[in-house]
Design a protein around this ligand. Structure first.
Ligand SMILES: NC(=O)c1ccc[n+]([C@@H]2O[C@H](COP(=O)([O-])OP(=O)(O)OC[C@H]3O[C@@H](n4cnc5c(N)ncnc54)[C@H](OP(=O)(O)O)[C@@H]3O)[C@@H](O)[C@H]2O)c1
Length: 237
């Protein structure tokens, strides 16, 4: 049994941030939400240091992939510089850092699940800025965990599940791509896996997702079936 630690969580009100707060109830959690700290601002380094965390879990990010594409400067500021600031604070404190990364750093051409050792080749602004964030974490904090995950969802939050259900309520039929594949991951499961990881420190890069692989199309079909809409018409391009 580990003694309680002071664990700071950025993006504390996001899907993963909330799940982490619940999973870390044995520790002294310092939840830091967007409205109290903008990780992209320079002052965030000193603000984090002043809170004296013993471990930082950086779950804050600009996660809207389309918004990142429309505003690459802001995506870089939040996802890359934000990670840099958090990493600088950890380096100053000699505190380990969990950086939460994404499968969007890969180009998707491999045709099978990616391994930690596969080369990154992002094809979107979101993927590129999240990879830059990873690289800052790796370069600045020797005690880092890079935790890459995929298609995160949680109850009552904004995600693919809620998006499909909302669109199906508005439109007579939907078109969903069947060429994108990944592993939907339940935020509370991911939070438990991160807690297990930091309980037995082995720093490095990890892929943590729920089991199984699906396409966006099959995922949408399963969501609608589970919601009692098995007859809702779904097409793919
Ligand atoms: N969601 C996914 O499918 C997915 C997949 C792979 C990896 N990830 C990664 O997993 C981590 C957690 O994602 P999530 O699903 O929990 O996303 P989320 O629900 O969108 O949470 C992200 C949080 O970051 C906050 N944030 C945004 N800009 C910020 C800023 N400048 N300063 C401080 N906080 C800011 C957001 O606050 P506001 O909402 O107030 O802006 C939100 O609370 C992220 O690093 C993400 O890149 C997510």
């Amino acid at each position: 049994m580990q003694p309680p630690m002071r664990i700071l969580i950025t993006g504390a009100n996001g899907q993963l941030g909330r799940a982490l707060q619940a999973a870390l109830s044995d520790h002294h959690v310092i939840p830091v939400a967007h409205d109290t700290l903008d990780v992209g601002a320079d002052y965030s380094v000193d603000a984090i240091v002043a809170l004296f965390p013993e471990l930082v879990i950086h779950a804050a990010a600009m996660t809207n992939v389309d918004a990142c594409e429309r505003n690459p400067d802001e995506a870089y500021r939040v996802n890359a510089l934000g990670a840099k600031h958090i990493a600088q604070a950890c380096a100053e404190l000699n505190a380990p850092l969990v950086y939460v990364g994404t499968d969007y750093i890969f180009d998707g051409l491999k045709g099978e699940p990616y391994l930690e050792t596969d080369a990154a080749n992002p094809i979107s602004v979101y993927g590129r800025t999240k990879l830059e964030g990873e690289n800052f974490a790796r370069a600045l904090v020797p005690k880092h965990y890079i935790v890459r995950t995929s298609w995160v969802y949680a109850r009552g939050r904004n995600n693919f599940v809620t998006k499909i259900l909302a669109l199906a309520a508005e439109r007579p039929r939907l078109n969903v791509v069947n060429t994108e594949f990944s592993s939907p991951t339940y935020a509370p499961d991911l939070a438990q896996a991160i807690v297990a990881l930091v309980s037995h420190p082995q720093y490095g890069t990890y892929h943590l997702s729920n089991e199984g692989v699906t396409s966006r199309f099959d995922y949408a079909r399963a969501i609608l079936d589970e919601a009692g809409q098995a007859n809702y018409p779904l097409d793919h391009p």
